[in-house]
Design a protein around this ligand. Structure first.
Ligand code: ACM
Length: 549
């Protein structure tokens, strides 16, 4: 009888913790989470205890979130005093795990205890804590008792944003960085220069922004466009704004990697400094099918999308220009990596340039692909001489890979596989899974670039291709969601395109492969949609309108 009663009791406890576990909907899924009995109530009387040093900005992030979403924040105190009604930010050595991003967390009736292996671990634990908070705005927030132990699978967990095609204010760039942080991602790839606009102030070349930062119009509708807005469009980020963004990101354990595109996608720079072209006297080649607004003579910033023939000419003038630009870029961005583009560089101009043909002869380069490789390798040498490394799109494999380059694989996984086999680091961004400019449903309400990449498809992405075996797999640093903004004219559209796919990618990158479970992810996503609502973020609801494949 007693045994029977005991059995029922154990069963009840089990059921209770199971029901409780159902309340816990964390994305990305932690490595280990055990639901306990009980709860902690977090309110404005709860204190943050800085038990381990250097956690001020981690505490500030939690307070900023609480203030923004729930309208209150917590007093902060140092170590002294009892651990009752507190959130403790501390450090714990994680057995067998040297990743500073690792953490453990315990929630009981008295406290939330966070022990990060390093400072970033504390920050990631705070992201988990945030996801344990209710999605209703209240003044007392019930948090289920849990034990969590967690660490990331991949070192590189990135999101990209193209600000060349359309530009977004600094406030939104910061919000985007917060979204990255809330997903335990750690890299913001800022695509700063394009055919349609140069967006970073360079003091030595003021025309890059005064001329290259603006276009006289923009096509309307899907390429080639029905008409042209006929309106001047543009802007740029000042060096002061960029410093501010980089510092803001650093406090969120996010590295900002700038991209300065070369040798292609450089029409805006050429509009500002025509000598960068092999044919400075020629008018800008316009896409014949797209409507143009304004002057057609001389060099101009492009008004439509695509790939353009007028690219950087590999002259000493150009290399000096690039070095001078990179000097200012590297002074602003402390990141180990500088992205130098390298994609979609048509070779027509180089083919018909007597200068290029002579240079190829002198350097023993057999074709224009080798000339591109020469171009990239010269830039790499300069960047390496300053103690930094380059990342380039997978076209940098053509004509010979620069010796220390990291390859960003976008035309599928082929480039990434080839680079890893040559013992080069790789970041995976294959179009079919990682391009968040793609449609999420077959009939989107507004124009997208096309494609069809559902949240489920992103969730199913595996960054380590099966072709990479054993040791070769370690060259894959991680993956990234790419956000090209031809058809994203405003912030709401950017949010619509990234959510919920970014949440899926965050789990691909953070959680153990063995934890990947689509039905469970879909269940957690329902709570995540409510979090987007709390953040005031727009998101695609295609998830609720399943389509036949
Ligand atoms: C790219 O999408 N052109 C890298």
């Amino acid at each position: 009888m007693l045994i029977q009663r005991l059995r029922n009791y154990v069963w009840l406890i089990f059921l209770f913790s199971f029901v409780h576990a159902q309340d816990i909907h964390i994305i990305p899924e932690p490595v280990r989470l055990v639901a306990k009995n009980g709860k902690f109530n977090l309110s404005s009387s709860t204190q943050i205890v800085l038990a381990g040093g250097g956690n001020e900005s981690n505490a500030a992030f939690l307070n900023q979130y609480l203030k923004q979403v729930y309208g209150f924040q917590l007093p902060i105190r140092k170590k002294q005093g009892a651990w009752k009604n507190v959130v403790v930010l501390n450090y714990d050595k994680m057995e067998g795990n040297t990743d500073p991003a690792a953490y453990r967390m315990e929630v009981d009736a008295d406290k939330v205890y966070i022990g990060g292996h390093g400072n970033s671990g504390v920050f990631y634990a705070i992201q988990t804590l945030i996801q344990l908070l209710p999605v209703e705005k209240k003044s007392s927030l019930e948090i289920p008792a849990v034990e969590v132990m967690d660490y990331p699978r991949f070192a590189y967990r990135g999101m990209h944003l193209d600000v060349g095609r359309h530009m977004f204010p600094v406030d939104f760039i910061k919000k985007y960085i917060d979204y990255i942080a809330l997903h335990k991602m750690n890299t913001f790839h800022w695509h700063l220069t394009e055919d349609q606009g140069w967006r970073i102030e360079i003091k030595k070349y003021p025309k890059l922004t005064s001329v290259g930062g603006y276009r006289n119009g923009t096509i309307v509708g899907r390429y080639p466009g029905t008409h042209n807005t006929g309106e001047r469009y543009g802007g740029f980020y000042t060096q002061q704004e960029i410093k501010d963004v980089v510092a803001y990101a650093a406090k969120r354990h996010i590295t900002v990697i700038p991209e300065i595109e070369l040798p292609g996608h450089s029409s805006a720079a050429i509009a500002a400094y025509p000598e960068l072209s092999c044919f400075p006297q020629e008018d800008t080649k316009r896409a014949k099918r797209s409507p143009w607004h304004g002057d057609t003579t001389g060099k101009h910033v492009q008004q439509t999308w695509g790939v353009f023939e007028d690219v950087f000419c590999p002259t000493e003038y150009t290399f000096k220009f690039i070095e001078n630009v990179l000097d200012e870029v590297m002074a602003l961005f402390p990141s180990e990596y500088i992205h130098i583009g390298g994609d979609e560089c048509p070779k027509e101009s180089w083919k018909r340039s007597a200068f290029c043909q002579q240079l190829m002869k002198e350097k023993g380069l057999k074709d224009e692909h080798e000339l591109q490789s020469y171009f990239i390798q010269r830039v790499e040498k300069y960047i390496n001489s300053k103690g930094r490394k380059i990342i380039g799109w997978d076209e940098i494999l053509e004509g010979g890979l620069a010796p220390n380059a990291t390859v960003m694989s976008w035309r599928g996984e082929k480039g990434g596989i080839a680079a890893a086999k040559e013992n080069h680091q790789v970041i995976m961004t294959p179009g079919g899974w990682c391009y968040f400019d793609h449609s999420q449903k077959k009939n989107e309400d507004s124009v997208t670039i096309g494609g069809y990449t559902t949240v489920q498809k992103v969730y199913g992405y595996e960054p380590i291709p099966k072709e990479l075996e054993g040791e070769q797999a370690k060259w894959v640093l991680g993956a990234q969601g790419n956000v090209w903004t031809e058809y994203m004219t405003n912030i709401r559209k950017v949010e619509y395109q990234i959510f919920p796919r970014m949440s899926a990618l965050s789990e691909v990158l953070w959680s153990p492969k063995t934890k990947r479970n689509l039905p469970w992810f879909e269940q957690r996503l329902l709570k995540q949609f409510k979090r987007y609502d709390l953040w005031g973020a727009n998101y695609s609801k295609a998830f609720f309108e399943p389509e036949k494949p």
